[in-house]
Design a protein around this ligand. Structure first.
Ligand SMILES: [Zn+2]
Ligand SMILES: [Zn+2]
Ligand SMILES: [Zn+2]
Length: 94
């Protein structure tokens, strides 16, 4: 069993919060840090977490999460992602 008070309920705790500056695994705080938000997190944190999950999924499927290139979007010439320039890559003519 997993702890219901932890990541299961607030998966966004895996990342830091851009709004209140909470570090990973720390609950969000409001009112200058005097109030802990136990039941939700800032929306920006949810978005940050979703972006992270998306990039992890991209990596797992063979893509590059850094530049958000899916496996089937990789350079035809060298098989690399968009992190590099591909000026010298020759695209095979169909
Ligand atoms: Zn927050
Ligand atoms: Zn290339
Ligand atoms: Zn990349």
């Amino acid at each position: 069993m997993t702890d219901p008070d932890h990541d299961e309920r607030l998966p966004a705790l895996a990342v830091a919060c851009p709004s209140c500056g909470s570090t990973p695994d720390q609950l969000c705080t409001s009112h200058g840090g005097t109030r802990t938000r136990r039941h939700d997190v800032h929306q920006t944190r949810t978005q940050a977490h979703r972006a992270l999950v998306d990039s992890i999924e991209t990596e797992l499927t063979g893509g590059c999460g850094v530049c958000d290139t899916e496996a089937d979007e990789m350079c035809v010439g060298c098989g690399g992602c968009r992190c590099d320039r591909h000026d010298t890559c020759t695209r095979p003519t169909p």
